[in-house]
Design a protein around this ligand. Structure first.
Ligand code: AMP
Length: 431
């Protein structure tokens, strides 16, 4: 099925072809006509299945047919909210590259925190047609009168369930209060837990529900494995797996910023190019690590759930849950960093004795039963302890809060991180 048959103009069909999209993915085939018709959409489809273009292509078409480029200041017509800075940059890039092919390209502004606000304010001086933003910085810019949202006709929540959950509730309410009541709402995610679905539907107006189920034909080809291992042997096992499978790149998830620093450092000392990536790093360091990982200059990136959502790293063969995710939803997003856009990938979860019960819950929610593999030389000897100790294999389990000491360690690690990341990157560059 060609893109044009979905109602896309020749310019945007050409834009899709130039992006290398031969045919629409199922979410695109279902969502694009609905968005073009002006309907509200709640779109759910697997990770890596082309959700960005599912809203970007029709939005660009709608805006290119409206008064964009007409005389007068540009007014923000479309607002795309995302939960992380990296995702803002990524979605902005997709919109800009597709927009190039439109005759009078809408202007796309990308704003997020962690960097100076001044260049963003300057960039908004001549207005923007589309703003891609993290909620906090968007509100700062509104407070600085750098931006008005009163003409927004299209609101996109990318990773909608994350934006609708408690962590963003207050900011999201403030943003919604600044938007016109009459607007098109487009909510996309790979996961919509039941509680969030109700909230989402209360914000949507007579929505089209696009649910692309994970049928064998279009499910991402992610091989899921669970390896039973003692908490204290996980780093060695990780080294073993990286070498044995010759993984060109691996994204390793841990529970805390401290663990990201610690595990990356151990791997680096063992001769594997590994870098931490987490919210305690400066935005400059975060950007650099991610770009270098995409450029295959780091073999392993050890991260928190910061990297679990939306981030698109082409040809990432493996994801490892060194610490288990807190929830089944997080599991879906973490493993979804591999097996994207038709590629295959492997997702390995380390299951310590203390984490066994938690992993069983994740399996149950996912309708999944994975055999517990044992790797020769790494056979587990530990049994579950009664007290869950953060960092000993149960880190990240819902309800396990970091202790004061953990927080202090994380803060110290964060402070050391910027310098550390810069140092190790410099070392690596020099090598
Ligand atoms: P997303 O889910 O939007 O992050 O997209 C995941 C990956 O799929 C990205 O690398 C996109 O460039 C790619 N992609 C999106 N749409 C298509 C398509 N129609 N055909 C092939 N690849 C696509």
């Amino acid at each position: 099925m060609p893109f044009a048959s979905l109602g896309l103009s020749p310019a945007l069909s050409h834009a899709a072809a130039q992006a290398g999209f031969l045919a629409p993915t199922p979410i695109q085939a279902a969502a694009i006509p609905a968005v073009l018709e002006g309907a509200d959409v709640r779109g759910a489809a697997q990770t890596g299945s082309g959700k960005t273009a599912a809203f970007a292509l029709p939005l660009l078409q709608i805006l290119s047919l409206s008064d964009v480029g007409a005389k007068g200041p540009r007014r923000v017509r479309a607002l795309v909210l995302v939960p992380t800075r990296e995702l803002a940059a990524q979605v902005g890039e997709v919109l800009r590259s597709l927009a190039q092919h439109v005759q009078q390209p809408p202007k796309v502004a990308v704003v997020f925190g962690g960097v100076s606000i001044n260049p963003q304010m300057m960039g908004l001086r001549s207005g923007a047609d589309i703003v891609v933003a993290t909620p906090g910085r968007l509100l700062d810019l509104v407070d600085h009168n750098a931006l008005r949202l009163s003409a927004v006709a299209h609101l996109v929540l990318d990773e909608a369930d994350r934006l609708l959950d408690l962590g963003f509730a207050e900011e999201l309410q403030r943003v919604l209060a600044l938007l016109p009541a009459r607007r098109q709402n487009l909510f996309f995610s790979a996961t919509f837990p039941a509680a969030v679905q109700t909230l989402a539907d209360s914000l949507l107006n007579n929505p089209v529900h696009v649910d692309v189920p994970g049928t064998p034909g279009n499910e991402p080809a992610i091989e899921q494995r669970a390896i039973a291992v003692d908490a204290s042997r996980r780093t060695q096992l990780l080294r073993h797996l990286v070498k044995e499978h010759h993984w060109s790149r691996v994204l390793v998830f841990v529970a805390t910023q401290y663990a990201a620093e610690h595990v990356a450092e151990k791997l680096y000392k063992a001769g594997i190019y590994a870098s931490p990536f987490h919210g305690g790093l400066s935005q400059g360091a975060r950007k650099q690590v991610l770009q270098e990982f995409k450029d295959e200059r780091w073999q392993v990136v050890v991260t928190t759930d910061l990297a679990a959502r939306g981030i698109d790293i082409a040809q990432l063969p493996a994801v490892v849950n060194y610490d288990l995710p807190r929830s089944a939803v997080d599991y879906v997003h973490r493993i979804g960093r591999t097996g994207r856009a038709g590629d295959s990938g492997v997702a390995v979860s380390f299951v310590t004795a203390d984490a066994e019960a938690h992993f069983r819950l994740i399996e149950k929610r996912q309708n999944l039963t994975l055999p517990r593999e044992q790797i020769a030389g790494f056979e587990p000897t530990e049994t579950a302890s009664t007290a869950a100790v953060p960092g000993s294999g149960t880190g990240g389990i819902k309800g396990t809060r970091p202790s004061k000491k953990d927080k202090l360690r994380a803060a110290a690690a964060a402070a050391a991180a910027a310098a550390g990341a810069a140092d190790s990157a410099a070392q690596k560059k020099g090598s």
